[in-house]
Design a protein around this ligand. Structure first.
Ligand code: FKS
Ligand code: ZN
Length: 345
């Protein structure tokens, strides 16, 4: 069965004008055209089975995440406008060292700070709807795999892996990969692995499963000393309690090329295999690419084919969720290269 894609054009409802970058507001790197490039490349390479997903099912999200956070996401824009705020939602004040980390302000400006961990990410009128449509694609891909397909591709936008159980940031609002992993558990998989190959550490996914032994998280990423999200993603974060040993980080320094990166991948794949995963969620970002404007690894386009081949050797039912990648013209090629490698392994 050829790999099927799930995709909703409602991602376009999320297109903020502002990203705080280098002390300026710039057009966000995470922009709608990214997925247009992926779509075009999919069609070009014969992945023509592309389906619009049914509406998102928020029940699994409510069980896995903080319900107060979901309510906030849903009502933030209306509350922001009701306070007379002129622009897009941007967090200006976040709880810092020595302050209360667990008291939710009543004021919307305060709430935004409470539920946000990175102020580069703006919210707009359509953000919630777009985040739901992104989740809908991931969920449809999960159902497709649950129904017997070996794999499916969710062309998610906005991405998800930085979203925790109660915070947005890093262009992410709902953690699609984590919600899908939970749905696979609910559907009968005893052990689910989430492999995150996006350049950035999947702090949200790590956070959600850190204390659990039934979902393993493995991430290859730019070392936190040098890369967003800066305060998490070290190799010594290995899980806690029941989750002890079920969190594996591979932080790597600026300039890392495919030889070193692929060694980390092989290690992650071996660990996932040994752990006895029954199903896999792949957080697929292609920002490890050498020309990516906000990342510092040196992968080349053919490397993404090899990446897909290696991951396919796990031979697990796999839901692939799109995450980042900003060298826009190459995003389509690199993403579809992973899928082709995966298919033709
Ligand atoms: C630019 C700095 C950007 C934020 C980076 C966010 C990366 C997001 C991502 C995702 F997959 F979520 F989209 N800092 N001046 O690529 O991990
Ligand atoms: Zn990324």
């Amino acid at each position: 069965m050829p790999l099927k894609t799930f995709y909703s054009e409602n991602h376009r409802l999320h297109f903020p004008q502002a990203e705080l970058s280098g002390g300026q507001f710039v057009t966000p790197f995470e922009r709608p055209s990214r997925v247009e490039y992926v779509l075009n490349r999919l069609k070009e390479r014969g992945f023509s089975d592309i389906e619009k997903p049914a509406e998102a099912d928020l029940e699994p999200a409510r069980r896995l995440l903080d319900p107060g956070y979901l309510d906030f996401l849903q009502t933030a824009w209306a509350d922001w406008k009701a306070e007379g705020m002129a622009g897009e939602i941007i967090a200006a004040n976040v709880p810092a060292r020595g302050m209360h980390l667990d008291r939710v302000p009543a004021n919307i400006d305060g709430k935004v700070g409470y539920y946000c961990h990175a102020s580069e990410t703006a919210m707009t009128a359509g953000t919630w709807a777009a985040a739901c449509s992104s989740l809908a694609s991931a969920q449809a891909a999960q159902r497709h795999v649950a129904a017997g397909a070996s794999a499916a591709f969710a062309l998610c936008r906005p991405p998800g892996h930085h979203a925790t159980r109660d915070q947005y940031g890093g262009y992410c609002f709902l953690n699609n990969a984590a919600i899908v992993a939970q749905m696979m558990r609910d559907g009968g998989a005893d052990r689910v692995a989430v492999l995150d190959v996006d350049f950035h550490h999947g702090n949200g996914t790590q956070d959600i499963f850190y204390g659990r032994g039934d979902v393993l998280f493995a991430s290859l990423h730019g070392a936190p000393q040098d890369a967003y999200p800066y305060f998490i993603g070290y190799a010594d974060e290995t899980g806690k309690g029941d989750g002890d040993g079920a969190n594996i980080n591979y932080p790597m320094p600026p300039g890392t090329g495919y030889a070193v990166w692929a060694e980390a991948l092989e290690n992650a794949i071996a660990r996932i295999g040994d752990w006895g995963a029954d199903a896999l969620v792949l957080s697929l970002g292609v920002d490890a690419y050498k020309e990516d404007p906000i990342s510092f690894f040196k992968l080349d386009s053919p490397d993404f084919i090899d990446m897909g081949q290696r991951i396919a050797r796990l031979s697990l039912p796999t839901v692939i969720c799109m995450e980042g990648g900003y060298a826009i013209e190459a995003v389509g090629i690199n993403t579809v290269n992973v899928l082709e490698g995966f298919e033709n392994a």
